[in-house]
Structures are given as structure tokens and as C-alpha cells.
Design a protein around this ligand. Structure first.
Ligand SMILES: *[C@@H]1O[C@H](CO)[C@@H](O)[C@H](O)[C@H]1NC(C)=O
Ligand SMILES: *[C@@H]1O[C@H](CO)[C@@H](O)[C@H](O)[C@H]1NC(C)=O
Ligand SMILES: *[C@@H]1O[C@H](CO)[C@@H](O)[C@H](O)[C@H]1NC(C)=O
Ligand SMILES: *[C@@H]1O[C@H](CO)[C@@H](O)[C@H](O)[C@H]1NC(C)=O
Ligand SMILES: *[C@@H]1O[C@H](CO)[C@@H](O)[C@H](O)[C@H]1NC(C)=O
Length: 443
């Protein structure tokens, strides 16, 4: 196995010759060597798009150093941070593989570790481990295969650890966010405290709610602390996912997968040659940022907040938000009329008359909506006819609304959704989204 000095001379020579990608060795950390990191000693990915090493945020005056991954040509754009809450005080650290883990040491003290629990048998220990940065920006720990060509085709199930399972505040294209059976965990994004100078854990997070993997209808939220502030409804198809925009959303695809093996989300951007990220910024907004090759600036091409109606449950239960105005659903009135008229809508609405709970009830359609929070909803797969879905809802006293969810591009979701209890976080759209909610009301 090659040692790190050789690897380093490779990088050095390759840059002198001006040759970008030279060989896979430039990106491999072996378990027999340790790498002394400094601001100009890094690990480079295949294709030399990404680089891993120590950095200090550009606008930070503090001596706080982090192990991170960035775009090699855009050093200021950090896509992943290992030790975000435990910086080094000097630009001097050691990266090594020990006891089945990647470790970052500050001289002699352990600062960060991949913290993989080893369940290996003794006989496996002969097979050495290597860490490398892949062309897609994924930093992985894997077993060194005897056939040196093998690892290019390793399915990710063979990685003992990968940085893609532990994203920081952003996703790269095709990086999956959420729960997979393979990883046994659910990943979320957490914002930086300050986008300019502080990568430590901020107050905003973005991901599936923790119960998603046990539900038929997963949804994605942005939270401030533990309070939801935005909800991305899964029913608007692969193109817009919750917040329809005319442009450029037809180039931006959000893909949700909900199976027994995974409940995940990823984004892809039509222009594969451009560098793009989906970022949760320090003020809780999701931004699609694309590098503008001409002026080398990051253009914001899409953001999660479009108007106040996207604020989670702005108008309280059993109401809907329409052009930034709160309305009670048909058959409902403000719960607290005084607060409602003075602008505090959080209490929402209540029924004017209780449900009769038999065939006396009727359903009032509300068109062009974002469907209510599905936390307590149930899905009846295969029931696609309106009258069947309605009958089923009528037959159950706790059913308060229903909708037929049409087949979506790609993931083929289809069936009848029933909501129980209060209807939360409903809004109407100006553009046509072809989604109708049938709200139960006294007949
Ligand atoms: C980094 O740490 C090593 C080990 O303690 C030391 O030998 C070296 O001089 C340090 N380098 C710098 C630039 O501080
Ligand atoms: C490592 O993992 C264990 C078990 O999952 C956890 O209790 C511990 O806090 C982790 N340590 C670090 C440094 O993340
Ligand atoms: C987050 O993104 C929004 C929308 O692009 C922007 O208005 C806001 O200033 C950003 N926040 C930070 C801290 O950059
Ligand atoms: C779901 O039900 C629980 C328990 O009744 C309730 O606390 C929660 O607010 C409900 N969530 C929604 C979105 O209706
Ligand atoms: C009515 O709906 C609730 C909530 O979906 C469910 O728990 C309950 O089993 C249903 N009752 C009947 C009789 O189907």
C-alpha cells in the first residue's frame, strides 16, 4: 500500500504539470498512515471537484479550524463540516484510521471521530480500511478490496461510514436526506449559526419528522428549535414539491421515496455541468444555489419561502390561508372572534354546528389547496374513486376531510387520504395545482 508521502508527491507533481486528475491515489487515506492536515495539505476527490481539509470560515476573526469539504475551485464554499461544534484552535491536525474509525486529532487529543460501532469478527481485521473522497463529494470509510478496481463499483452498502449520512447544512445533488434501513438512522440538515463565519449548530433544521418512517404519508419540515415553521407537502408531484413556482422549478426536481427500505428526499438540477447545492441557511430558508460560471457568484434560483401563507399553520386549525388572508373553512367560524378580527389568528376556527356523524353530513370542496398536515391522516391505497373515498370517510365519525391523491410523476402514489381531527396548515394557491380537499360539515 502506498504511503501518504507518495500520495502527496503525486498531488504536487500533478499540480506542477497542470494536470487535473491523475490517479485514485490522490484521494486515499490508508489505515497504516496518518495525514498531517494543514491549510495546504488536503485530500482531493476523483476528478478534483471536491477537496477535504482544514478551513477557517472566510469572515471569521477567531482561530477556529474545522475539518470540511468544499468545492476545490470555490474554496469559500463549504459543503460539509465534521467537527462543527468542536473546532481546532490551530490549523494543525491529524487524520487517521484507527479501530475501524476515521479520527481527527488535535496534536494528541481526539476532536472528532466517525464513531462507528464495530461489529466485526476478528478475522475481518486483516482487511485494511481506507478513507477517500469520491467524485460526488462523499467522504467514505470502506474496506480496501484486494482487487483495486473493485471499489469504484462498490454499492454504498459496503461503506462502513459515509459523510452523506451526516450532512451539515446542505445537500449536494442526489444526496439522500432521511431514513434508510441500511444506515439505521435518519439524517436532517442543521443550519450554521452564521452563514459567513460560524458553522456551529444553528437553530434551524430541515428533514422528515421523526415519525415519518412509520407513516404512510411522510412530510418534510423546517423547524426552528422544535417548532415547525414550513411544511413541504408531498402531493404536488416531483416538480415542485409543496411550493409551486413557474420558473425555474421545471428544471428543479425533488424526489421523495417512501418504501419499507427508505423514506428519503433528494434534489436534482437539470444542468448537470453546473455546481449546485440545496442549502438551509442561517435564517431557516431553503435555497437552491447555483454557481454562475461567469462571475463566480452563487445565484439563488429558488427559495422555500414565497409568501406568508407558507408559514406553518399561520391561521390556526380548520382555516386556510389565501393571498396572505386567513379564512375559516366552510361551516366554521373564528374560535376567538375578538383576537381574529384584531389580527391574531393562531386560535383558528371551530365548527358552527357539530357533525351529525351519520349520513346527515356533507362535504364541501376547497379547490387548489396545499393539503393539511398528514401527521394524523391515513392512506387508503387503491381507492381512486371520489364516491368510494367519500363513503369511507362518512362511515367513520372521526374522519373530517378527504382527498383523492392523483398519480404523481415517478413515484406512482395514488389513493384516498382521510384526515382526522383538526385540519392544519392549509393554504390556497393562485396558480392551478389541481388539488381539491373535501371538508366534512354538518348537513
Ligand atoms: C503541528 O503539530 C505538530 C505535532 O505537534 C508539530 O510538530 C508541528 O510543528 C505543528 N505545526 C504547526 C504549523 O504548528
Ligand atoms: C458515539 O456513539 C455512541 C453510541 O451511538 C454515543 O452514545 C456517543 O455519544 C457517540 N459519541 C460521539 C463522540 O459522537
Ligand atoms: C436566507 O435566504 C433568504 C432567501 O434567499 C435571504 O433573504 C436571507 O437573507 C438568507 N439568510 C442569510 C443569513 O443569508
Ligand atoms: C395529531 O394527533 C395528536 C394527538 O391527538 C395531536 O397532538 C396533534 O396535534 C395532531 N397533529 C395534527 C397535525 O393534527
Ligand atoms: C376511524 O378512523 C380512525 C382514524 O383513521 C381509525 O383509527 C379507526 O379505526 C376508524 N374506525 C373505523 C370503524 O374504521
Amino acid at each position: 500500500m502506498m504511503n501518504f508521502f507518495h500520495i502527496f508527491s503525486f498531488v504536487f507533481i500533478s499540480s506542477i504539470l497542470g494536470c487535473a486528475a491523475i490517479s485514485s491515489e490522490t484521494k486515499v487515506l490508508s489505515s497504516t498512515e496518518s495525514l498531517s492536515l494543514s491549510p495546504n495539505r488536503n485530500i482531493v476527490s476523483h476528478g478534483a471537484v471536491f477537496e477535504l481539509g482544514l478551513f477557517k470560515p472566510d469572515h471569521s476573526s477567531l482561530e477556529r479550524w474545522y475539518l470540511g469539504i468544499w468545492f476545490k475551485t470555490e474554496k469559500t464554499y463549504i459543503v460539509w463540516v465534521a467537527n462543527r461544534d468542536k473546532p481546532l484552535s490551530k490549523p494543525n491536525g491529524t487524520l487517521q484510521i484507527k479501530n475501524g474509525n476515521i479520527l481527527l486529532l488535535d496534536q494528541t487529543t481526539l476532536v472528532w471521530s466517525t464513531n462507528v460501532t464495530t461489529t466485526e469478527k476478528k478475522s475481518d481485521e486483516r482487511s485494511p480500511l481506507v478513507a477517500e473522497l469520491h467524485a460526488d463529494g462523499n467522504f467514505v470509510l470502506r474496506r480496501h478490496s484486494s482487487n483495486s478496481n473493485d471499489h469504484h463499483h462498490d454499492p454504498d452498502s459496503t461503506f462502513l461510514w459515509q459523510s452523506f449520512d451526516f450532512p451539515t447544512n446542505l445537500l449536494l445533488p442526489y444526496t439522500k436526506l432521511g431514513w434508510t434501513r441500511r444506515s439505521g438512522r435518519s439524517s436532517v440538515l442543521r443550519s450554521w449559526k452564521n452563514d459567513h463565519n460560524d458553522p456551529s449548530s444553528g437553530e434551524f433544521s430541515f428533514g422528515f419528522d421523526s415519525a415519518s418512517q412509520f407513516r404512510a404519508i411522510p412530510a418534510i419540515f423546517t423547524w426552528k428549535g422544535t417548532s415547525p415553521i414550513n411544511r413541504f407537502s408531498p402531493w404536488l408531484g416531483a416538480f415542485t414539491y409543496g411550493i409551486p413556482r413557474e420558473s425555474p422549478s421545471r428544471y428543479l426536481t425533488f424526489t421523495l421515496t417512501a418504501t419499507k427500505e427508505e423514506v428519503t428526499f433528494f434534489f436534482s438540477w437539470a444542468d448537470k455541468t453546473s455546481k449546485s447545492v440545496l442549502k438551509l441557511n442561517a435564517t431557516g430558508v431553503i435555497q437552491l444555489l447555483v454557481l454562475n460560471a461567469k462571475n463566480r457568484r452563487w445565484d439563488t434560483l429558488w427559495t422555500s419561502t414565497t409568501d406568508r401563507c407558507e408559514d406553518y399553520s399561520l391561521c390556526g386549525p380548520d382555516s386556510y390561508c389565501d393571498k396572505e388572508v386567513c379564512n375559516c373553512m366552510s361551516g366554521f367560524e373564528p374560535k376567538n372572534p375578538h383576537a381574529w378580527t384584531s389580527g391574531n389568528r393562531r386560535d383558528g376556527c371551530v365548527r358552527k354546528r357539530p357533525l351529525s356523524c351519520n349520513n346527515g353530513d356533507k362535504f364541501i370542496p376547497l379547490s387548489n389547496v396545499k393539503y393539511p398536515d398528514t401527521s394524523n391522516a391515513s392512506m387508503h391505497w387503491g381507492i381512486e374513486k371520489l364516491n368510494e373515498c367519500e363513503k369511507l370517510c362518512l362511515s367513520n365519525c372521526s374522519c373530517t376531510a378527504f382527498a383523492i391523491v392523483a398519480k404523481q410523476v415517478g413515484n406512482g402514489l395514488s389513493g384516498c387520504v382521510h384526515w382526522t381531527g383538526e385540519l392544519l396548515d392549509v393554504r390556497r394557491y393562485v396558480i392551478n395545482v389541481n388539488q381539491i380537499l373535501y371538508v366534512r360539515s354538518h348537513g
